[in-house]
Design a binder for this molecule. Structure first.
Ligand SMILES: Nc1ncnc2c1ncn2[C@@H]1O[C@H](COP(=O)(O)OP(=O)(O)O)[C@@H](O)[C@H]1O
Ligand SMILES: [Mg+2]
Length: 157
């Protein structure tokens, strides 16, 4: 896993737009892990992502899966699995949430991946979010397959 690019996002709409851009390059089986402290903007990014995949705007509710731990969105293009593992009791609980089905059939967006990192695929894209005075600093990590896809989509530009 190597660092692919950095960017800074200074508002909630920019964070959602970044999620929407990420959505343009995903395909079935992809896993995107969202790292960052409480209030970093992980759910905001996920919301922009889900609405983009679904080709919908703010009328599509994308709640935080804080208590349900997972929300799925079946869209014409892909099924999105949005996980929030903060309240996971043990790493193995991800299997009960359907993570294997998510990997086989959809795209997974995972908040608090630290809770089960050893059980998640190594080929994941990692988004690390750090709050700053000016908003949020973003670092994106992934393997060379992700590097190629990101370059093709000019996501880092
Ligand atoms: N790039 C950003 N700059 C400033 N504020 C942001 C940014 N992204 C998100 N926020 C704000 O941060 C707060 C927490 O966002 P949320 O997505 O719920 O975080 P998390 O899921 O990481 O706990 C929200 O009030 C949101 O508007
Ligand atoms: Mg959240």
């Amino acid at each position: 896993m190597k660092s692919l690019f950095d960017t800074s996002l200074s508002s909630e709409p920019e964070m959602a737009e970044f999620g929407a851009k990420l959505a343009s390059l995903v395909q079935k089986g992809d896993v995107i892990c969202l790292f960052g402290p409480l209030g970093a903007g992980k759910t905001t990014l996920a919301r922009g992502f889900v609405r983009s995949v679904a080709s919908q705007g703010e009328d599509l509710e994308v709640p935080s899966p804080t208590f349900t731990l997972v929300q799925t969105y079946e869209t014409a293009r892909l099924t999105v699995w949005h996980f929030d593992l903060y309240r996971l009791e043990s790493p193995e609980e991800v299997y009960e949430l359907g993570v294997e089905e998510a990997l086989d059939t959809g795209v997974s967006l995972i908040e608090w991946p630290e809770r089960a990192l050893d059980l998640l695929p190594a080929e994941r894209l990692e988004i690390h979010i750090t709050p700053t005075d000016a908003g949020r600093q973003i670092r994106v990590l992934g393997d060379h397959h992700w590097a190629t896809r990101i370059e093709e989509q000019r996501l880092s530009a």
